[in-house]
Ligand binder design. Structure first.
Ligand SMILES: NC(=O)c1ccc[n+]([C@@H]2O[C@H](COP(=O)([O-])OP(=O)(O)OC[C@H]3O[C@@H](n4cnc5c(N)ncnc54)[C@H](O)[C@@H]3O)[C@@H](O)[C@H]2O)c1
Length: 344
């Protein structure tokens, strides 16, 4: 398709992330916002004023009557996924852009993937931290071979699982060239956060065996290591790779650092997760993928599914004990099973 076609966009859910998305679509000449929706009228009106008065509704189904956007974007809480995916597919959209995590259970995620695959609809999931200059630098160092053969990739976040863990897994999979995961072992503790709008165990840890022999280690929540170099609590994430000749890691709120075979000591550089920096290229690559099917978006939904699957396998392991082999089939809803299984 030509590089100057304008793609029409509907954005549903105009909270923090919906507004980030709407802003980035509005600022990119390749897109035109044709519809906006939020159940909160004030938010909806404010957004409509800001983005040139497109069609609006407080009910997404009503909004979609007669609108056939190229891109259906929704940024609602994690409990609202499958219904929105179906709505996007039924609207005839070519691409659905949505927020992590992709579902609440494996059963739901399998259904989401079936619906979009059957319809041939592209999906993009907002694991956009990778656009940070510090994330890019770490990837570049690892890919250059400067830390030798990678044997371990790791990611930790003090933020809890349903907020943070698919981010961690997405980036360690990237640092490990998206190798397939074969099995995981997991453990979890604490039930306070099951009542949150991102229901999670308070702490969760997982070991991942990748098919290329690399070990993955992930931890999320209350008990994950602090990153004292970073002040902003949500950005206390440390994600990196160790190789035979060094290491390279990114601190979400505090730049990058590495030792490579030639660095003669620690080298480091700047970078801090910043929506204003990361959203424009994330949105541009949606246009690129729509223009050219070969330019698959780095945050494509198939990759997000792989990360979600690993996270759910870690939960299953904490419930069932032992190794959980991938790929996963349908099963008991993981969060409910975990809440039942964890002590007090
Ligand atoms: N990628 C990231 O860096 C990042 C950062 C923060 C949050 N998130 C994710 O983004 C998602 C949304 O988080 P948020 O912080 O923007 O939440 P938010 O509460 O600020 O926004 C959600 C919006 O959805 C609206 N909404 C709820 N039900 C609706 C419905 N049926 N129809 C239309 N609108 C509806 C709400 O009124 C609200 O305005 C979550 O899944 C969260 O995990 C991602």
């Amino acid at each position: 398709m030509s590089g100057d076609k304008k793609y029409s966009v509907v954005v549903v859910g105009l909270g923090k992330r919906g507004m980030h998305h709407a802003e980035a679509f509005a600022n990119n000449g390749r897109f035109e916002i044709v519809g906006l929706c939020d159940i909160d009228k004030e938010r909806l009106n404010a957004a409509a004023n800001k983005f040139g008065g497109p069609k609006t509704a407080t009910d997404a189904k009503a909004l979609m009557q007669g609108l056939k956007p190229d891109v259906f974007c929704f940024c609602t809480m994690p409990t609202l996924r499958l219904e929105m995916i179906r709505m996007g597919v039924e609207s005839g959209a070519s691409l659905i852009a949505y927020e992590k995590p992709i579902a609440m259970t494996t059963n739901e995620a399998l259904e989401v993937m079936k619906v979009v695959r059957d319809a041939g609809v592209k999906t993009v999931v907002s694991h956009q931290h990778r656009y940070g200059e510090h994330y890019q630098k770490v990837k570049e160092i690892i890919s250059s071979g400067a830390i030798g053969r990678v044997h371990t990739v790791y990611g930790t976040a003090t933020g809890w699982m349903m907020h943070m863990m698919t981010h961690l897994i997405e980036y360690i999979r990237w640092f490990n060239d998206n190798a397939e995961a074969e099995w995981v072992v997991g453990q979890a503790a604490g039930k306070e956060k099951f009542s949150d709008n991102h229901p999670s165990p308070d702490y969760v840890a997982g070991l991942i065996q990748f098919a290329n022999g690399v070990r993955g280690i992930v931890e999320s929540g209350d008990g994950a290591p602090d990153v004292p170099e970073v002040d902003y609590w949500w950005r206390k994430c440390r994600i990196g790779a160790q190789g035979t000749e060094g290491f390279a890691e990114v601190l979400t709120g505090g730049g990058w650092r590495a030792i490579t075979k030639d660095s003669g000591g620690v080298i480091s550089g700047p970078g801090c997760m910043d929506y204003a920096h990361d959203m424009p290229p994330y949105i541009q690559e949606i246009a690129d993928w729509l223009d050219d099917p070969k330019k698959v978006h780095p945050c494509n939904g198939e990759s997000a599914y792989k990360g979600f699957e690993i996270m759910m396998a870690i939960c299953r392991s904490a419930v069932q004990r032992g190794k959980i082999n991938l790929p996963l089939g349908p099963g008991e809803p993981e969060l409910e099973a975990l809440e039942k299984a964890l002590p007090g």
